[in-house]
Design a protein around this ligand. Structure first.
Ligand code: BES
Ligand code: ZN
Length: 595
């Protein structure tokens, strides 16, 4: 037997799941998802064990496809991995049917009250399975080394609509009055972390022959406008990576408690509504999730220890697409913004933390605790070095061959390196791959991204302490990304008079772009600037995106007064937070000084 994934009991000596048929009933009153999962095996099994990952699942029955009872046993709970479910399969088993109930606390799910939605009339449910939460909604070999196709039938109360990371195959009246069953099919093999479901009062609008935006009816028009360029992006991405293999690229805009900016669920990217800035200034998140259709969803990290393969390549791709659409200067600005995120993670973990390695060893570590911008930004910088070494055209050919070679496969860093050596001999050694992949911190040969715009913005911000101020009329016309770079480079804390100047002249508290709004609120909060406190409370009471919670709660740790405010906000907001968001906030608050 070989244990190949530190976060799963998947054993490659045992039978392999090939596909899953999932029947799920959604009960909003009990916050319970009840399911029947039929696992089809790749080949008839010999008599023996099949280990599945579960977490919080109450197993009701396990039978073979022929209805014979299968003996099973749940191992003791591991705090990170959950409980191993060991089935004793009779010889020749081709299908196993597991009936179970998920826990109301399943980490993959957030159950929203109607007040947490835009329409305030209907509850909402969404899933987030990456990294290792699929096992909280169905028993499975929950490792990205295993790829499955799936069909699903999801029963929800009327008039709600269910959507999944799959193609729709129609809907019909459900088994009980007042319910409806939605059917889905995902023919391409995917890792379990890409299984996704959302249920709510949903409407859709087409923005391209292959792209449609789903959202609550109250937001669908704004969302369709904001993401109106996605068709062009899709075409650009195909030019870079080769054909799009998932048929459709649809998007779902979730309620604001969604803990991420975006999640690349195949055929249906999940997005935070904080992207709806009204000026298309935050579509880079969509570019990123779209790029995962190749890097991540076609070529997948074998385990979370190789997560940089998903995110590093995707950030690189995102910036290449941005450069193709908006030019080199815009890309340099994006690299600079990314650098700030990476610097923040280095500061949080320490430069010599093992979490700053690209190839990690997360044995015994919860992937959610290791999550940071490092695999994204350090990973993307490593890819840029390879690109600069090979030259653009050669590297583009390399990327296309990489995707062709490994599509619908899950690979390790070492498999990537072997392929790199075959295709671009000597490149790995030339850029110092060993140090980049296996050492902590940031190697000295990290690529620099400079542009005239960046120089200008950074020196303007550096002049703040000496009394230099931007011309407000001019600054009002800065693109959002430029203003963000400027704010990121301002000194902090700032005197109250400086905060007042910024807010008055640049109208920051009223911004609809959350990147700018949150950067500003973090500066002002860390400066103990009281006029923003109400807006901070409002943001932290509605938005669950962890990228925003972390800096705002960190800034609230500054003074006794802001800590009191932070505690009071958390007390009243925490019930509305996703379990992942709540954990992040708790960890930030634990690092506050106690007085
Ligand atoms: N796949 C990630 C989100 C994720 C990673 C969820 C690991 C759970 C575990 C997604 O593609 C992502 O990177 N989202 C970013 C977008 C950004 C980099 C443009 C986010 O949510 O901030
Ligand atoms: Zn990503």
């Amino acid at each position: 037997m070989a244990r190949l994934d530190p976060h799963s009991c998947f054993d490659d000596a045992q039978p392999l799941t090939r596909s899953i048929h999932w029947e799920a009933a959604v009960d909003f009153g009990a916050k319970r998802l009840s399911g029947a999962a039929t696992l089809r095996l790749a080949a008839p099994a010999p008599a023996g064990p099949l280990d599945l990952d579960t977490k919080g699942l109450a197993i009701r029955s396990v039978r073979t496809g022929d209805g014979a009872e299968v003996p099973w046993d749940l191992a003791a709970e591991d705090a990170i991995q959950g409980r191993r479910l060991r089935l004793a399969l009779p010889a020749g088993t081709e299908r196993v049917v597991l009936e179970y109930d998920a826990s109301p606390d399943a980490v993959a799910l957030q159950w929203l009250e109607s007040q947490q939605t835009a329409g305030r009339q209907h509850p909402f449910l969404f899933s987030q399975c990456q990294a290792i939460h699929a096992r909280t909604i169905l028993p499975c070999q929950d490792s990205p080394r295993v790829r499955i196709s799936y069909t699903a039938e999801v029963t929800v109360p009327e008039p709600l609509v269910a959507v999944m990371s799959a193609g729709s195959t129609g809907s019909r009246p459900g088994p009980a009055p007042g319910t409806r069953t939605f059917a889905f099919e995902m023919p391409q093999p995917i890792p379990s972390y890409l299984l996704a479901l959302a249920v709510g009062n949903l409407a859709a609008k087409d923005v391209h022959p292959r792209c449609r935006v789903w959202a609550e009816p109250e937001v669908v028009e704004a969302a369709a406008w904001e993401f109106g360029e996605v068709g062009t992006m899709l075409e650009r991405a195909e030019a870079l990576f080769g054909p799009y293999e998932w048929e459709r690229y649809d998007m779902l805009v979730l309620p604001p408690s969604f803990p991420y900016g975006g999640m690349e669920n195949p055929r249906l990217t999940f997005l935070t509504p904080t992207l709806l800035a009204g000026d298309r200034s935050l579509v880079d998140v969509v570019t990123h999730e779209l790029a995962h259709s190749w890097t991540g969803n076609l070529v997948t990290n074998a385990t979370m220890d190789h997560f940089w393969l998903n995110e590093g390549f995707t950030v690189w791709a995102e910036r290449r697409i941005l450069e193709a659409l908006h030019g080199e200067d815009a890309a340099a600005v994006a690299w600079a913004i990314g650098q700030k995120g990476m610097d923040g993670a280095f500061a949080r973990f320490g430069m010599d933390s093992p979490f700053t390695r690209l190839r990690t060893d997360l044995t015994g570590v919860d992937p959610d605790d290791a999550y940071s911008q490092i695999p994204y930004e350090k990973g993307a910088r490593f890819v840029v070095l390879l690109e600069r070494h090979a030259g653009r055209e050669r590297f583009e050919r390399f990327i296309r061959r990489y995707i062709e070679r490994f599509h619908f496969q899950s690979i390790t860093t070492e498999e990537f390196l072997a392929f790199l050596e075959e295709e671009l001999p000597g490149a790995a050694a030339a850029v110092g791959s060993k140090e980049w992949l296996y050492e902590t911190g940031l190697p000295k040969n990290a690529p620099a991204f400079r542009s005239a715009t960046l120089e200008r913005l950074e020196s303007a911000a550096a002049g703040w302490g000496g009394g230099m101020r931007p011309d407000p009329v001019h600054a009002a016309r800065w693109p959002a990304a430029h203003l963000l770079v400027y704010l990121q480079n301002l000194p902090r804390p700032l005197p109250a008079a400086d905060c007042a100047w910024l807010d008055r002249e640049l109208s920051l508290t009223g911004r609809g772009n959350y990147e700018i709004l949150v950067e500003w609120l973090a500066i002002a909060t860390a400066s103990d600037y009281e006029p923003v406190f109400a807006r901070v409370r409002e943001v932290l009471s509605t938005v669950g995106r962890m990228k925003y919670l972390r800096p705002l709660y960190a800034a609230l740790g500054t003074s006794a007064r802001t800590r009191a405010l932070g505690r009071s906000i958390f007390e009243s907001a925490k019930d509305g937070y996703h379990p992942l968001s709540r954990r992040v906030v708790e960890s930030v608050m634990e690092s506050w000084p106690s007085a």
